[in-house]
Design a protein. Structure first.
Length: 303
């Protein structure tokens, strides 16, 4: 990808351990929703489209966090935002929709997971994810996390958990746990679009480089040290920093990254809005049909 193999090994670019983990998760999922499905109370066949959603979600998560996109995200801010878009905007709803309701019920019967249910309040979910996302892109915070591996991984996990919680009120597959009606879901999606806008606007309209990781050679080499095997100073010292791989200057790259994040968010939120509207319209149509088909006495009782 982009000639990276001449500078980095296939191991660095494709993270075999993460690939193996992704494959094992898919095998486990297919087993639980297939031959071992009858071990769960109230289980039902999982439609093929839901299985495909889950598999695509896991593969996209691997490509973002374990493939060349992860490497490129340390060289171009544009790819950093592509990684963020895939990991936190696209993947969570695919995984949530791919896991059937009966499996969610089994998982959330675990005592330690039940403790997370209060965190699924819609307003709290929206504020948590968008706040953590915005804090991450404060320049000093971003540069610190990019050059401190343990903090970097911990924050990515935290962002992913809050992203799942943010999407839960919208694509929760367990009808009994639905907290907001379809019309309110549309407002909730709009709220999330508003909350993420300031962080994107800060990046898009900044006239100077915000992040040392993408403009300072020493900071970049330190961050890249967590992505490659061997001594990064030896491998990368001959480059002129991340600009060696960049097609744009630092500010243009920064602005493009912010635009991509906002565009992906708008597209995905728009698709989810259409999904929610279709569910609401179908449900309303069914209720009307049931009312018309009922007897006058049954209608009187409903009123």
């Amino acid at each position: 990808m982009f000639g990276l193999t001449q500078y980095f090994s296939l191991y660095d670019l494709w993270s075999p351990l993460l690939l193996l983990s992704a494959v094992l998760v898919i095998i486990l999922y297919l087993g639980l929703t297939g031959i071992y499905r009858n071990q769960f109370i109230g289980s039902a066949p999982v439609p093929l489209k839901r299985k495909i959603m889950f598999i695509i979600g896991i593969l996209l998560l691997y490509l973002a966090q374990g493939g060349p996109i992860y490497m490129m995200s340390h060289m171009m801010f544009t790819f950093h935002m592509i990684l963020m878009s895939i990991t936190y905007i696209i993947v969570p709803p695919l995984l949530l929709l791919g896991i059937p309701g009966w499996l969610w019920r089994f998982l959330l019967e675990r005592a330690w997971l039940k403790k997370l249910l209060p965190l699924t309040h819609p307003i709290l979910c929206a504020v948590m994810f968008n706040a953590f996302f915005s804090i991450y892109h404060v320049p000093d915070v971003h540069d610190f996390l990019m050059t401190n591996y343990a903090a970097h991984i911990s924050y990515y996990v935290l962002l992913f958990v809050t992203a799942l919680l943010m999407w839960w009120p919208v694509v929760n597959p367990v009808q009994a746990w639905t907290q907001i009606a379809d019309v309110k879901k549309m407002g909730y999606i709009f709220l999330n679009g508003v909350l993420i806008t300031p962080a994107c606007a800060l990046i898009i309209f900044a006239s100077d480089p915000l992040y040392a990781t993408y403009s300072d050679k020493d900071a970049w080499i330190e961050a890249m040290g967590y992505c490659i095997t061997g001594d990064p100073a030896v491998v990368l010292a001959s480059f002129d920093g991340p600009q060696f791989f960049n097609w744009f200057n630092v500010v243009e790259d920064q602005q493009l990254g912010g635009i991509i994040m906002k565009l992906v968010q708008e597209i995905v939120y728009g698709l989810i809005l259409a999904y929610v509207f279709k569910q609401w319209f179908t449900r309303e149509g069914k209720d009307d049909d049931d009312f018309v088909a009922s007897t006058p006495k049954e209608r009187l009782n409903e009123v």
